[in-house]
Ligand binder design. Structure first.
Ligand SMILES: Nc1ncnc2c1ncn2[C@@H]1O[C@H](COP(=O)(O)OP(=O)(O)O)[C@@H](O)[C@H]1O
Ligand SMILES: [Mg+2]
Length: 245
């Protein structure tokens, strides 16, 4: 795998956003989860989304990642309309171009780590042998080759979350989405997991969109978007990059 860091865009040529929303809204019954959100996310940018419980963070993440479609407005990815695609084409984009890290690792507990990591590749048609080879390579690169044959059911939460990061990154996605990736871990382990996540995302030149309620976790990102009542409340640069846990 080519892990060469990608060079930043030259300042004279404004970067096309890799992912954007244009005035998206989403209703669940009477609940207005998103009330008109416009966001642009550049290639390689790391964005933390914060806000009170129920403010629409997860709904925004699900719209950005094509898990759900907004009622109004548009989600664009890589120059095309993601929100206008059929379910099948959106799933295809999710599998091939996006990586996901969840609060609970969502690994298959009975499958060895290397097979869990290989799964997204096999689902997009890579042969089992090649997928396992790439999974082993990714596990090695992030320093957990020793976990390859272990089952997530027999691992600590931190170890399993590292495997989940390998699974999210193995297909070299353009965007990695993470919803409270360290939410189930103690502070020290959460710190290590965030360090691993942000380092590997940066190595492959991907963008990161991370939802968290923890300012220390958000601090690992370069930009903070605050959501309130389904709207962008603030959007700015985070200076204290690197986490202060
Ligand atoms: N599938 C759903 N069905 C009904 N209501 C939902 C659904 N998903 C989210 N909501 C509602 O939309 C609002 C925003 O939810 P969510 O995006 O999960 O907020 P957050 O992640 O910031 O806690 C909440 O009021 C929530 O109850
Ligand atoms: Mg949520």
């Amino acid at each position: 795998m080519d892990m060469t860091p990608h060079s930043p865009n030259s300042p004279s040529a404004p970067a096309q956003p890799v992912l954007s929303t244009l005035d998206i809204t989403k209703l669940f019954g009477q609940v207005r989860a998103l009330a008109g959100v416009s966001l642009e996310i550049a290639k390689g940018e790391t964005v933390a989304i914060m806000g009170p419980s129920g403010s629409g963070k997860s709904t925004l993440l699900h719209c950005l990642s094509g898990v759900i479609v907004p009622d109004d407005g548009e989600v664009r990815f890589d120059g095309s309309t993601l929100s206008g695609l059929s379910d099948r084409d959106r799933s295809h984009t999710r599998l091939r171009r996006f990586g996901f890290v969840f609060q609970d690792n969502q690994l298959i507990p009975e499958l060895p780590a290397r097979e869990n990591v290989a799964l997204p590749l096999m689902l997009t048609g890579t042969s089992r042998g090649k997928a396992l080879k790439e999974a082993d390579e990714m596990l090695r690169r992030i320093g957990i080759a020793d976990l390859g044959t272990r089952r997530p059911g027999d691992m600590s939460g931190g170890q399993a979350q590292r495997v989940a990061i390998a699974r999210a990154l193995v297909g070299r996605p353009s965007v990695v989405f993470a919803d409270e990736p360290s939410g189930a871990l103690d502070q020290a382990t959460g710190h290590e997991v965030m360090q691993l996540l942000t380092t590997t995302v940066s190595l492959i030149g991907a963008s990161l969109v991370l939802v968290t309620h923890d300012p220390n976790v958000a601090n690992w990102c370069s930009r903070l978007v605050e959501i309130r009542d389904g709207l962008v409340h603030s959007d700015g640069v985070l200076a204290a990059r690197g986490g202060a846990l």
